[in-house]
Design a protein around this ligand. Structure first.
Ligand code: PEP
Ligand code: MG
Length: 866
């Protein structure tokens, strides 16, 4: 639409007249007169029956707010002498809102008497009453309570209202139509410039100086003889986006009265639930339908039509974009393209990428009542209801009984993963957007709230206390809304996930224009299947440590940690080898030749050791060693700053047997999987590198394992070795590191943590205070800090590429699924981004929109605002 204006050469602000009659050729544009005025001009150009309308420019309205009235006589003269008028707001983007419309301007005692003849006393009283009331409240700024005691409708009500007006203002109700109009324009202009209206629209993305236009339109009253009334119509269902004529019509009514009228209002199309306009006024209905279809075709959008019928003839007062759910937004855009009304690329641009998340998960229904008892960081979207449980074991028991449960923990650890699998949702007191619970939750598509510090967690007593003092104990029912971060008591109405054919079609169109690859972070076969389902182009990060959380494996892992010697460790690891080989083979099989990037073991080993006395006793029994030995070893391995301690490549250098085993498992799985299907070229990634020498050491051992496997099997394979850049030093020294590697993948979770010196697991406790006070514009673990962390990324890219021009560059931190961060990565020349499987659709659409924007200069969903 915007583009069309530019093609037509829209007027500039300076050459815009203050007011202009809307004709097919009048100089009217979105950026000078607002969306409503422009839309009305389009309807006029389509020769649709639109009442006479004058548009006031942003400049004129701004002047009115400052007390400079435009040429009022010119406005008034544009209409017949006895016309009633209405004024509606016309902001540049209809979503920015504006003051409410005021109808029936021009009503006064004399017009009332005249109209009693033509419309009847009730009709005339209804018009006057509506005007006096809205004038009193919006223009004279009287309290609406003044009219509390007024009887409903009719001439008696009218005289009561007029008396009440006079009593409150000490003045009779103004009778001069021009004076009434001027006062209405002034009050609407000032309302727009008020602080609360400005804050409200800024929250919706409007610039501080966004302008307001106004349209002054001749009223078609909706009262009178023959079939008269008003209503709204649209051609699609707001919730589903499926074709369906919806709306209501009410005889002898105005504005949007039909929508609130209940049983008295007619259906539009013939309907078994009650009488319809189609039956009572078939010709008007047929006209209306054909007007709406023409609008869809020519305005290239699903529009809701506001109409009036006057003695059987249809008038169109206004057209607004149909409000729509996420599902409907996708369906509507795809249907418009399939009907040849818009291009596929435009359909791609019309859907806000973020709303796709809503289609992938069950959600709290939009109108549902929410009993909010607390909130935290919305760490994994979707909503689920269940009974409270406070341990992983309880979660598993609950799942075994078939009872959905909410797992509540202070924070989660590897020991909780099976409980998380069993739970319907997870709630933690601590943590941020990249903490353990958040990462696992997103991987599983499990609603999750972390850092809910405004609830009191008594996990031992198995109790939660809400901010208002309400107590919730084990077995109580709560709902976790991981999309909003709200914890709700009980079970609100829910809305099911809704990815359908239109969703798939839109993403296929997106893929056709995308110029950056999208992979998924996937650790398990289930994750990999989700990644395939969402058409990820490979796995960008397989966190192998997640494979050791299974209780059977955990014990072997612990045994390895307790082994005193290298040989002892190697012997225990040999038992893990076949298990890991099967893990990798399963991933390769599912990914069918698409790249799979496996990250070698990363966390500190002590994360795998039990912390509780019971756990340590059980481990001593399992390993057949004294409890005191277990306790001693656990204490020995404790670190002051585990995230900055013995983890990642530092383990690879000092305890190399683990990486040897993993490399062997990867290579053997590569050979086995390649026999079954497409040849596999595994990617092996070394975490937490900070020096080139670390890479040299690990690479030498992995190369040796590769040679050994090739020799043993008598078969050949290739593989790619890469480095995860997640320490600031690795980014700065990327020039030294890159000659040793095929790829660099930026782990922006740790890189953000280390750049800010801000713990990713603790930041949630004060992040909202920081964001609210403007210290950080956003949580940097959520939206990439393009200034600081971004500078390191750019340096890493530039230095890495300078020394190894063929190097593949990517990002695999949680930022990979965020549209703003994808924009940065695309600009920086990354080959792919990798994100949680459930974020892949959002990333695909966002990446396509960026590619289109870079060609056309349009920003996403710009073209959907007629
Ligand atoms: C990272 O640090 O960005 C990353 C992807 O690794 P992890 O979240 O497992 O530390
Ligand atoms: Mg990391």
């Amino acid at each position: 639409m915007q583009k069309h204006d530019q093609d037509m050469g829209g007027p500039t602000r300076d050459e815009t007249p203050d007011s202009v009659l809307i004709t097919p050729v009048a100089p009217i544009a979105n950026h000078t007169h607002g969306g409503r005025a422009k839309c009305l001009q389009r309807l006029v150009r389509l020769d649709l029956p639109v009442p006479r309308t004058v548009a006031l420019s942003f400049q004129a309205v701004h002047g009115i707010a400052q007390g400079e009235m435009p040429d009022m006589a010119a406005i008034v003269e544009a209409f017949p002498a006895d016309a009633l008028l209405c004024v509606r707001p016309s902001s540049q983007d209809p979503d920015w809102g504006g003051p409410g419309a005021i109808l029936n301007i021009g009503m006064n005692d004399a017009r009332y008497v005249d109209l009693c003849d033509s419309l009847g006393r009730d009709g005339a009283a209804a018009l006057y009453l509506r005007f006096v009331q809205s004038y009193a409240v919006h223009v004279a700024r009287l309290d609406p309570d003044v009219f509390d005691d007024v009887e409903d409708g009719g001439p008696d009500a009218l005289s009561e209202v007029l008396h009440a007006y006079e009593a409150e203002t000490d003045e009779p109700f103004p009778q001069d139509p021009a004076e009434q109009l001027a006062a209405v324009l002034r009050s609407m202009a000032r309302a727009w410039e008020g602080t609360s209206a400005r804050l409200l629209r800024q929250a919706k993305g409007a610039p501080a100086d966004a302008g307001l236009g106004l349209v002054v339109q001749e009223m078609v009253p909706g009262f009178g003889q023959g079939e008269c009334g008003s209503g709204v119509l649209q051609l699609v269902n707001t919730k589903t986006g499926q074709p369906q004529i919806t709306g209501r019509y009410l005889s002898q009514s105005q504005g949007r009265d039909a929508l609130g009228a209940g049983a008295e209002a007619l259906y539009l199309e013939r309907d078994p639930r009650g009488p319809s306009l189609e039956e009572s006024a078939p010709e008007a209905f047929a006209d209306l339908k054909s007007h709406a279809r023409l609008m869809r075709q020519r305005l290239r959008e699903e529009m809701q039509v506001e109409f009036v019928i006057e003695s059987g003839a249809v008038h169109l007062l206004d057209g607004v974009r149909v409000t729509r759910s996420a599902q409907a937004a996708v369906r509507i855009a795809v249907a418009l393209a399939e009907d040849g009304i818009i291009a596929c690329q435009e359909a791609v641009m019309r859907v806000d990428a973020r709303i796709l998340t809503e289609l992938l998960h069950r959600q709290v229904a939009p109108g549902a009542t929410r009993d909010v008892i607390g909130s935290g960081i919305a760490a994994s979207p979707g909503a689920a209801t269940g009974r409270l449980v406070f341990t992983a074991a309880e979660a598993q028991a609950s799942a075994a009984r078939g009872e959905p449960c909410i797992l509540v923990r202070r924070e989660t650890s590897p020991e909780d993963v099976r409980g998380m699998h069993a739970a319907a949702a997870v709630l933690t007191e601590r943590g941020g957007i990249t903490s353990h619970a958040a990462v696992i939750g997103r991987g599983l598509g499990l609603p999750c709230i972390v850092g809910a510090s405004n609830l009191k967690f008594h996990t031992r007593r198995k109790q939660l206390v809400a901010g208002d003092g309400r107590l919730f104990t084990r077995g109580d029912i709560l709902t976790i809304d991981g999309s909003s971060g709200q914890v709700l008591a009980g079970e609100p109405d829910m809305m099911e996930a809704a990815e359908d054919g239109a969703f798939q079609t839109l993403l296929t169109w997106a893929d056709a224009v995308r110029d950056i690859d999208i992979r998924a972070n996937a650790d398990t076969p289930e994750d990999a299947m989700t990644a395939r389902k969402f058409n990820a182009q490979g796995i960008g990060l397989c966190r192998t440590e997640h494979m050791f959380f299974d209780p059977g494996r955990l014990t072997v892992m612990r045994e390895m940690i307790f082994a005193e010697t290298s040989d002892g460790r190697a012997a225990v690891l040999a038992r893990l080898l076949p298990i890991q080989r099967e893990d990798f083979q399963a991933l390769f099989r599912i990914m069918e030749g698409l790249p799979v990037c496996i990250r070698l073991f990363d966390p500190p080993l002590h994360e795998f050791l039990p912390t509780s006395t019971t756990g340590q006793r059980e481990l001593s029994e399992a390993l057949g060693i004294p409890v005191s030995d277990v306790t001693r070893r656990v204490e020995e391995m404790e670190e002051y700053n585990p995230m900055l301690g013995l983890r990642g490549v530092r383990l690879g250098v000092t305890v190399p047997e683990i990486y040897d085993m993993q490399a062997r498992a990867i290579f053997e799985a590569t050979l086995d999987a390649s026999k079954e299907g497409a040849p596999v070229v595994p990617e092996i990634m070394i975490p937490l590198v900070s020096a080139a020498r670390e890479v040299e050491l690990v690479k030498a051992r992995i190369d040796a394992v590769a040679l050994a496997v090739k020799a043993e099997r008598g078969e050949d394979f290739t593989y790619r070795l890469g480095v995860m850049v997640e320490t600031p030093r690795a980014a700065l020294r990327a020039g030294e590191i890159s000659p040793h590697t095929s790829f660099l993948s930026f782990g922006t979770n740790d890189l953000t943590q280390m750049t800010y010196g801000l713990s990713r697991d603790d930041a949630g406790r004060f992040m909202s205070a920081y964001v609210n006070q403007g210290v950080f514009p956003e949580d940097p673990f959520h939206v990439l800090d393009t200034d600081g962390v971004g500078e390191l990324l750019k340096l890493g890219v530039q230095r890495g590429r300078a020394e190894n021009p063929d190097i593949t560059l990517s990002i695999c931190g949680e930022h990979g699924g965020n549209p703003e961060s994808i924009a940065f990565c695309r600009e920086a020349g990354f080959d792919y981004v990798s994100c949680s499987p459930f974020r892949v659709p959002v990333a695909r659409l966002a990446a396509a929109q960026l590619a289109i924007s870079s060609q056309t200069g349009d920003s996403p969903h710009q073209s959907v605002k007629p």
